[in-house]
Structures are given as C-alpha cells and as structure tokens.
Design a protein around this ligand. Structure first.
Ligand SMILES: C[S@@+](CC[C@H](N)C(=O)[O-])C[C@H]1O[C@@H](n2cnc3c(N)ncnc32)[C@H](O)[C@@H]1O
Length: 277
C-alpha cells in the first residue's frame, strides 16, 4: 500500500497531541523556531489514515493560529470524500447530551449543553468542592458537578431555562445537592464565598473558529473581574480561545463518544484565584 507523508503544523504545547493525532509513528519535527513554540509533527501513514487525520483537523485553530496539514503526495479526491463521509458518521455517534429520556431543553439549551459524560468528568476534577455554576442553562454541568459529589449553586438568568434545570436535576436525582437561583450571575457572584466558580458563557453561534479572546465572551470577562479574589474560575471556551498572555491553564477536554474521542469539543480553562496571581 502506498504511503502518504503527512505533516501537521501549529499544535500548541499544552495539547495532548497523541490523543488528537491518533496512532502511527508520529515524529516531532520542530519545537521552537519558525513556529513560535508550536509543534510540527510528521508521519508516514496509509492514504486512508492520512485522509482521516486531515479531515478531522480541518478548520481547527488554537490560540489564533490555524492547524496546517500538508500531505505528500496530495490525497486523491476519492480518499478525501470517503474520509469526510466517515467523519460525518462518527460525529453522529458523538457523546450524548443527556442520556436519560425526559430531559427538558429548548433549542439554545440543547445547542450549548455539555455532554453528560464530559460534564461528569469536569465534575470529578472539582473533587467535591462547593461550586457556583454561574450560567447553568438547562443544568448539564450542574448535574455533572452534583453527580461527582459537589454542592452547587446554579445561576441562570432565563426563567424558563432555570425551570428546565430544576426539572433535569430531579430527573438525575441530584436536586438535593443543587440550589438553582434565577438571576444575573454578575449581580450575585461578588458576594459569594466559594472556592470555585464555573462558567460556560454563551459563545454565540457565530463565534470565530480561528480566534476567540476573553473580550468575545463578555460574561467570562466580567465574571473574572467580579469573583472574590480567593476563588478560582473554570471556563468552558471554544477550542480557538487564544490562551496567550492570559493567566489561564488549559485542562483540555476531548469528546467521549466513539465519534468524537479524538476531537476537541471545547477547552476547559482554569484561571487561578486573583489573590494568587
Ligand atoms: C452555554 S449555556 C450553559 C449550558 C450549560 N453549561 C449546560 O451544560 O447545560 C449559557 C447560559 O448562560 C445564561 N446566561 C447568560 N448570561 C448570564 C448571566 N449574566 N447570568 C446568568 N446566566 C446567564 C444563558 O441564558 C444560557 O442559558
């Protein structure tokens, strides 16, 4: 079988590249130099494998820089078409939103829901801390935190969505761990005393897939200024969030379903307490 030399450039150091690129004898070609600390990897793969990697990484950007994939010789159209079909099938198999039947969601809540498996993983990272979920939507993350043993104050500005969150918490049997408050998080957060504030700010459907900054996410920006100085902030942001020059550390999150195990669905950032920066 003929081999394709595939080169992937522009991967940031914080990324768990093996999980994104998958199997194969990848070699790190360039650590610093022209790419400003970004990494370039090269591998010899079968045409089908190379087309799968190229398709999966299409349109992905980190820290304001697109990932660049080059194949030598270039891939035939038939291989690319097949890989895209396969990828579309895999995406349909991605991690489920709520796995239980009977959850209440409106269109916006469905679109922005953190898949149940990932919400639970994030919850476990919190190690049973008390958490404020500052924009809980229909409760995806609040449920994840509660199932992982945290006590949660979940705030949601939209009255109907707050009601959905209450219903969904009951569906998962965790209503005793979560208090849902309908209101503007920005009016409450400064007065709260908790070690951890989680926020999944609205990204907007038109967010820039190449570069998003804290100013593009006003709820996150304003919360960062208002949270008590001793609280850490965890934020769920698009993969194109530019982490350069920002005090946050990336706890990268990948998908969990068979279809999105190797995709970056979003980043989980940790902003340290302001009192400690
Ligand atoms: C991305 S969704 C959250 C989804 C949630 N993490 C989940 O997995 O179900 C963001 C939510 O923030 C709410 N929101 C926006 N600004 C807010 C504010 N200032 N205070 C409270 N909620 C806010 C929106 O109404 C929306 O439901």
């Amino acid at each position: 079988m003929s081999c394709t030399r595939i080169e992937v450039a522009g991967l940031p150091r914080w990324l768990r590249w093996r999980r994104l690129l998958g199997g194969g004898a990848w070699q790190l070609e360039d650590e610093e130099g022209d790419l400003g600390g970004r990494r370039r990897f090269v591998a010899e793969l079968s045409r089908t494998e190379a087309a799968a990697v190229a398709t999966r990484l299409r349109g992905l950007a980190f820290d304001g820089q697109a990932i660049i994939v080059t194949c030598q010789p270039s891939l035939p159209r038939s291989a690319v078409r097949q890989a895209r079909l396969h990828e579309a099938r895999l995406r349909r198999d991605g991690s489920l939103g709520f796995a239980r039947r009977g959850a209440w969601l409106d269109e916006e809540a469905r679109y922005s829901l953190t898949p149940e498996v990932l919400a639970y993983r994030i919850g476990r990272l919190a190690r049973r801390a008390d958490v404020v979920d500052a924009a809980c939507g229909a409760g995806g993350n609040a449920i994840g935190f509660a199932r992982a043993g945290c006590r949660v104050l979940a705030i949601e500005r939209d009255r109907e969505r707050a009601e959905m969150a209450r219903h969904n918490l009951r569906l998962y049997g965790v209503q005793h761990r979560v208090r849902v408050r309908c209101g503007d998080a920005l009016e409450h957060v400064a007065r709260l005393s908790v070690p951890l504030v989680f926020v999944d700010p609205p990204w907007g459907r038109e967010y820039d897939p190449e570069r998003v900054t804290v100013d593009d996410l006003p709820l996150l920006r304003d919360l960062l200024e208002q949270v008590p100085a001793n609280a850490a902030v965890w934020a769920k942001v698009p993969s194109s969030f530019d982490t350069r020059g920002c005090p946050a550390r990336v706890l990268a999150c990948f998908g969990a379903g068979s279809g999105d195990r190797r995709r970056v669905k979003f980043l989980l950032l940790r902003f340290p307490p302001r009192g400690r920066t």
